[in-house]
Write a protein that binds this ligand. Structure first.
Ligand SMILES: C[S@@+](CC[C@H](N)C(=O)[O-])C[C@H]1O[C@@H](n2cnc3c(N)ncnc32)[C@H](O)[C@@H]1O
Ligand SMILES: [Zn+2]
Ligand SMILES: [Zn+2]
Ligand SMILES: [Zn+2]
Length: 374
């Protein structure tokens, strides 16, 4: 993490202390009582015995702390402290609900879980195939040195368990290398919620500062009588809830029930949002996934056709999300014997993948073979 790699040492410096490994030494005189160093905790965990009298997030001692609504065993000053602590508390919240008073891991175990979660969240990679299906997770220490930007100049792809990093913009000498840690479809606020939740920072890239794409990502219906700001706000809130509801429902609902969630929400959001709105696209993408799962190729194609144009507008020019959408579309057209549209879509996928994956990637050879075979 950036703050750990370059700690604010002020008048101190790291050095190799003979026979003692690394040490700290003063670079200037310090007066008696002067502050040498202050350092926020990397991870922290409140003792079980102090629950209710101290905030689980900031450790402040206070009366009238408010409870976590789920486990009712973690206590916070306010919503801010609770929000900030959630990435760590969520490691325990569910077990605390399940085991109640019988839940008593040691403090070291709890602290270790937090360290590992933070390491794996921040430095772990998920490996996906060319259609972005999840293949597994891995740690790549060198790749993990890259910081995040929402306008990245490189893309990470995989050849088996080998990670490869390729430029998707001209990079000048001295320029920092940035990849994207997250799905770039969503507007600035959503991206930063995600970055804070999983990586513990807020992004200050050009996209996050100008919020240039937010307006078209949240495109509102052009009606004679446009919806009020309040209506739009409520619909965004509804959209975020439905996304979360669907994420959970995926684990236990049937395909037809899932499709119903998608269609109902698309109907409701459609009264306020354009089809190109990213929340509409999100639900269409989920619906397409369900169609693919039940092998309803026509249904999947129908959603895919609606998604692809706005997708290409919202994502950067070289995007694995856009490439994989062209690829799925191309394969669907081919399966449904629309060769002309199929060839066109597969070629769009190849054009992006030749840059992101490199011209000789096995995925590209496979797609080229599909073009010849049909
Ligand atoms: C995979 S590491 C990147 C390398 C990291 N800077 C380091 O020193 O090890 C991810 C962490 O880097 C930091 N980071 C990455 N991108 C950042 C950004 N755009 N702004 C601030 N911090 C960032 C965050 O602390 C994040 O959790
Ligand atoms: Zn607090
Ligand atoms: Zn809880
Ligand atoms: Zn950003």
């Amino acid at each position: 993490m950036r703050s750990e790699a370059a700690p604010q040492l002020g008048g101190l410096e790291r050095f190799a202390s003979a026979g003692k490994g690394r040490g700290l030494r003063a670079r200037r005189r310090f007066a008696v009582g002067e502050l040498l160093l202050s350092c926020p905790a990397y991870v922290a965990v409140l003792a079980v015995s102090e629950r209710g009298s101290h905030c689980d997030g900031c450790f402040a001692r206070k009366e009238g702390l408010s409870k976590c609504g789920r486990c009712k065993q973690a206590f916070y000053c306010n919503v801010e402290c609770q929000k900030e602590d959630w990435p760590m508390h969520k490691l325990e919240c569910a077990s605390m609900c399940t085991f109640g008073q019988n839940w008593h891991p040691s403090e070291t175990v709890r602290l270790t879980a937090r360290i590992l979660a933070k390491q794996v969240n921040c430095n772990g990679f998920t490996i996906e195939d060319e259609e972005l299906s999840h293949l597994g997770s891995a740690i790549f220490p060198d790749v993990a040195l890259m910081n995040h930007s929402c306008c990245p100049n490189v893309i990470v792809t995989y050849k088996g368990t080998l990670a490869e990093v390729r430029a998707v913009r001209e990079i000048e000498p001295g320029e920092e290398i940035f990849s994207s840690y997250i799905d770039l479809l969503y507007p600035t606020e959503d991206r930063n919620d995600r970055l804070r939740d999983s990586y513990f920072f807020s992004c200050d890239c050009r996209e996050c500062t100008t919020k240039e794409k937010d307006k078209e990502k949240l495109e509102i219906c052009k009606l004679n009588d446009p919806p009020s700001a309040e209506t739009v706000k409520d619909m965004i809130k509804y959209a975020r809830n439905v996304i979360e509801e669907f994420r959970r429902a995926k684990h236990y609902k049937s395909p037809s029930e899932l499709l119903e969630i998608c269609e109902l929400s698309l109907d409701k959001m459609g009264a306020v949002f354009e089809d190109s709105n990213v929340y509409m696209l999100h639900m269409m993408y989920q619906a397409m996934g369900v169609c693919l799962y039940v092998q309803d190729w026509e249904g999947a194609l129908c959603y895919g056709q609606k998604i692809i144009r706005p997708y290409s507008k919202h994502y950067p020019s070289y995007s694995l999300n856009v490439a994989s959408m062209w690829l799925k579309l191309g394969r669907l057209y081919m399966a449904l014997k629309n060769r002309m549209a199929g060839v066109k879509a597969l070629k769009k996928a190849i054009a992006i993948m030749e840059v992101a994956h490199g011209k000789d990637h096995p995925y590209i050879s496979e797609i080229k073979k599909e073009l010849e075979d049909h």
